[in-house]
Design a protein around this ligand. Structure first.
Ligand code: VG1
Ligand code: CO
Length: 542
């Protein structure tokens, strides 16, 4: 029986960099999730006749939210909903399912790298028929719907059993429960040389994959251990938990410090990797060497031809603007285009759909290709394993050779988390107001060559996205980028991206924080970060 429930707009339901993220407690308020889901249906022209994919990263409230959304999809007249068993799907697996089933779209429940649990964060994102995050035109339509909503529709029905694959009906909607891993694993088998990777493990190569108690555990266990022969126990923290074991499922050296400890220790395995809450990001670590995400992207691009799925070459590559220019150097050598987009995967969709780019990546440890329309953590790990198997070199050797060939873009991101929102916004606005006058001024040891507020014109649809981060470039090519995060749920997070190029052959093995000293000092001199934010040091250094 369809129920029509009167409701009112709720403030602040505006999707950010990647969907709507709020405290779990906020999402659990009566009508909060329902309002947003109804607004998704309203924003996409109604749910009638649609085929949708549904799943989440298993965080607290996932189970309940999936049942709520199933009822609402049925009440909206959806033709079919394909849902992961127990309501689970990694973001990349959901993107693949949308594409492989020709679905109209999908709802993914995740706040990605944000902590989970009753006191943590929850999130909802909508992906379109290409499998990618909804573009701005769609998120804006959804947001507008949240401001005008007067009612939502649901069913008066009990929860469905989602514990085993099979098909059921809810009202007139077919609900298909699928194994969350199977189709994704099959796609990976098509792209990579599983024989070569298996031979690598057979030769004694050791791996440690830290799933951080998030969704990638079951995927990594099936692909790396069951199908590729990595030793039992190679995948750690493999069971998804509603609160991620109290951790912060963000694959960087700070939050994945346990893995970093193993990789920098005497008994380190050959290769380490971690992934985030919803499985779309990755961290790559070799024995004794951390690979920055920007470098990882460049290495993957330079070696993609060694991987069967990319043996035909790359059409082009793309990176988010704050990501280092290491990728640009590879693109230049390959004679292909390199695009710079605003932060967030939604901006890569058009480039991938139009065949302008094959590989994309972000400095935040998201890497992916045109195999789906999301970043893909496990895919990046498999790229690395396939490349290592083909080159028969260690991670450290691959990195040294890469820097010798292309030079090194020293890179680091300093995050000031949960700072006072007004102070952070004022800092950005004051800097914006000074942009025209910065050229020629000196900060610390560096002189400003150029300063701009990044604006992007999509080469496919011509849409312009402005105010995407302040870029201050210095003489000699170093630069600092400042932008405010769009995924946080408390206060503001200021991200300061630092970069400096060293051509080599000398000076390629410095500690990044040392190599970047002048840039770090220039950033502080430029906007008095510490005084204005009331902090003495960043919370996270990647
Ligand atoms: C962060 C990252 C961005 C990434 C986004 C979503 O956004 O910087 O590169 O695309 O998270 O990733 P922000 O606005 O906080 O800087 V995920 O893995 O949270 O879906
Ligand atoms: Co994520």
């Amino acid at each position: 029986m369809i129920q029509i429930i009167p409701t009112q707009p709720i403030d602040g339901q505006k999707p950010g960099t990647s969907g709507l993220r709020k405290k779990t407690r906020v999402f659990r308020q009566p009508g909060y999730l329902e309002n947003f889901v109804q607004s998704i249906w309203d924003g996409i022209g109604g749910g009638q006749g649609k085929v949708l994919v549904l799943g989440g990263d298993g965080r607290f409230f996932n189970t309940q939210a999936v049942q709520t959304i199933l009822r609402m999809a049925a009440a909206a007249g959806a033709r079919r909903v394909i849902v992961g068993r127990d309501g689970l799907l990694s973001t990349p697996a959901a993107s693949h399912l949308i594409r492989s089933r020709g679905a109209d779209g999908g709802v993914i429940l995740s706040a990605s790298h944000n902590p989970g649990g009753e006191d943590g964060d929850f999130g909802v994102k909508y992906n379109t028929a290409n499998g990618g995050p909804a573009p701005e035109s769609v998120t804006e339509a959804i947001y507008q719907a949240t401001t005008q909503i007067t009612q939502y529709q649901t069913l008066d029905s009990s929860d469905l059993d989602l514990s085993a694959p099979g098909t059921a009906h809810l009202h007139q909607t077919e609900i298909e429960v699928v194994d969350p891993v199977a189709e994704y694993a099959a796609l990976m088998e098509k792209l990579f040389d599983f024989g070569a990777i298996r031979a690598l493990f057979d030769s004694g190569f050791r791996l440690r994959f830290d799933a951080m108690h998030a969704i990638t555990g079951p995927y990594a266990q099936e692909i790396l251990v069951n199908r590729l022969g990595a030793a039992d126990g190679s995948v750690v923290n493999a069971t998804p938990l509603p609160d991620f074991g109290g951790g912060h499922p963000d694959p960087n050296p700070v939050w994945a410090h346990e893995l970093m400890g193993h990789m920098m220790g005497d008994a380190a395995p050959d290769f380490g990797a971690a992934s985030d809450g919803d499985g779309d990001r990755n961290m790559i670590v070799g024995r004794g060497v951390y690979v920055t995400p920007s470098d990882s992207l460049a290495v993957i691009a330079a070696n993609a031809h060694l991987v069967p799925g990319y043996a035909g070459g790359l059409k082009g590559v793309a990176r988010s603007m704050p990501t280092s220019a290491a990728l640009d150097r590879v693109a230049e050598a390959l004679g292909i285009a390199c695009f710079a987009t605003p932060t967030g995967w939604k901006y890569f969709g058009n480039l991938l759909d139009a065949g302008h780019a094959t590989l994309c990546g972000e400095e935040s440890a998201g890497t992916g290709s045109d195999h789906i329309r999301e970043k893909d953590g496990l895919w990046a790990v498999l790229m690395w394993l396939n490349i290592l198997a083909a080159r028969r070199q260690s991670v450290a050797e691959v990195m040294a050779a890469h820097w010798q060939e292309f030079g090194r873009n020293y890179y680091s991101r300093h995050d000031y988390e949960e700072v006072d929102s007004d102070a952070a916004h004022a800092l950005m606005e004051d800097l914006r107001a000074r942009l025209d006058r910065l050229e020629g001024q000196t900060f610390g040891a560096l002189r400003v060559a150029e300063a701009e507020d990044f604006s992007y014109t999509d080469p496919v649809d011509g849409l312009v996205t402005a105010r995407q981060g302040i870029v201050v470039s210095f003489d000699g090519g170093a630069r600092v980028v400042l932008r405010l995060s769009g995924t946080g749920t408390a206060g503001a997070t200021l991200r300061v991206y630092l970069e400096r190029y060293v051509a080599g052959p000398e000076g390629l093995q410095q500690d990044p924080q040392t190599a970047l000293r002048e840039v770090i000092d220039a950033a502080e001199a430029l906007c008095a970060l510490h005084a204005r934010l009331g902090r003495t040091a960043p919370d996270v250094v990647t």
